[in-house]
Ligand binder design. Structure first.
Ligand code: 8YV
Length: 326
């Protein structure tokens, strides 16, 4: 048997079959399973050129700095806000990720949360299970069809949300760093303006410092008492403490959240609110999509090892690599 390339894996991957695939093809060491990961890195970090992680586990500076010969990271996920750009670029390592294959499932989840919050579906399920139906009437809530949908971050996923909205006869507007060159949808120059206009504000923006707390108390005020917030992007885009207050005070009508500022720990107050639907970061979590993401993680790693290039490379990694060859 030819020797398999050594690969450091941050921890268990979001699809168990991928752990098995990686172990079959590569000589895998799982950092999170070492008795003392920091000591392991100090002793053995120099042995690894390849590192596999996920958007959820990330690539912290302390890990990157302990891998002096790191050449390539293959990350499971479309988000790269948890991969420490400065230390990775300082190493000259390249970064692969998994865009494109999860857009439909994440957009589906945005609509699942939107319909659930508007119609109180999760609360209705709790009502029936609690045996309350024979004794009480369930409330009447909010129509979703025909309403105004605001999309914050009009990338690949935002576009899929917009496509679905047309099936619900919703009017769409969006805010983005800059207006799209060829979009039929209305562009709003600020988040504030978008929030004031729409009934449902759906966040599909990238995480990271550029979008940190873009949705704050003022934006929630603008969304208003009939407005709903849906977040399938990153918890960091929303000031979660301000959101909890807005839900408690009726500043907004409700929220559907798949992501949180400090996962896996939503603010405890959110658990007490009937006008919020909570999900444990599962928007990409279908067999089909997670398998496609896993295939890209493997394809990126194989491609880099075989020919020094990635199938899907994080933009700042690609830019740095291009600048080096100029
Ligand atoms: C994953 C995500 O579930 O793609 C992303 O950026 O946040 C999700 O699809 C997550 O990366 C798993 O860690």
């Amino acid at each position: 048997e030819a020797t398999r390339p050594r690969v450091l894996q941050m921890g268990k991957m979001p699809l168990p079959a991928l752990d098995a695939d990686l172990a079959r093809e590569f000589d895998i060491t799982i950092l999170g399973e070492q008795p003392d990961p920091a000591q392991f890195l100090a002793l053995h970090g120099a042995q690894f050129e390849y590192f596999v992680t996920s958007a959820g586990m990330g690539a912290p500076a302390q890990v990157i700095e302990a891998l002096p010969h790191l050449r390539c990271i293959s990350s499971f996920g479309v988000g790269f806000d948890s991969l420490d750009q400065a230390s990775i670029l300082a190493r000259g390592a390249r970064v692969g990720y998994t865009p494109g294959v999860l857009d439909d499932c994440v957009a589906d989840m945005a609509f699942a949360l939107l319909l659930d919050t508007a119609r109180h579906l999760s609360a209705a399920d709790r009502f029936v299970r609690a045996g309350l139906w024979p004794q009480q009437r369930f409330g009447v809530y909010t129509r979703a069809s025909g309403k105004r949908l605001g999309i914050l971050g009009m990338g690949r996923i935002g576009l899929q949300v917009a496509r679905r909205a047309s099936g619900f006869d919703m009017e769409v507007a969006y805010h983005n760093r800059r207006p799209l060159a060829d979009s039929a949808h209305r562009y709003m120059a600020s988040v504030q303006e978008l929030a004031a206009w729409c009934d449902f504000l759906v966040i599909t923006a990238a995480g990271g410092s550029a979008t940190q707390h873009l949705v704050d108390a003022r934006v929630l005020q603008a969304l208003g008492p009939q407005g709903f917030l849906i977040n399938v992007a990153r918890g960091s885009v929303v000031d979660e403490a301000a959101l909890l207050q807005a839900l408690q005070n009726g500043t907004i009508a409700g929220a559907g959240l798949d992501v949180f500022e400090d996962e896996p720990h939503p603010l405890p107050g959110l658990l007490q609110q009937d006008n919020v639907v909570l999900a444990p970061h599962i928007a990409s979590g279908t067999q089909e999509t997670r398998r496609a993401m896993a295939d890209l993680v493997l394809a990126n790693l194989r491609s880099f090892i075989a020919q020094g290039s990635l199938v899907q490379e994080v933009p700042w990694s690609q830019a740095a690599a291009a600048a080096r060859t100029e």
